[in-house]
Design a protein around this ligand. Sequence first.
Ligand SMILES: [Zn+2]
Length: 57
Amino acid sequence: MAKKEHRVLLGLVCTVCKSRNYNTSKNKTNIKEKLLLKKYCKHCKKRTDHKETDKLD
Ligand SMILES: [Zn+2]
């Protein structure tokens, strides 16, 4: 039997304009803290901090 994985789908939102620009996933059993990544935001036209959100449209 394969171990059950606790991967969850997440969105990454720009902290500047609040647009959800990326989808990602993480293993909740390994990574407890919130993700914060530098990503390019096409709305801001520059790299900004993106944080995770569990709201998927
Ligand atoms: Zn932005």
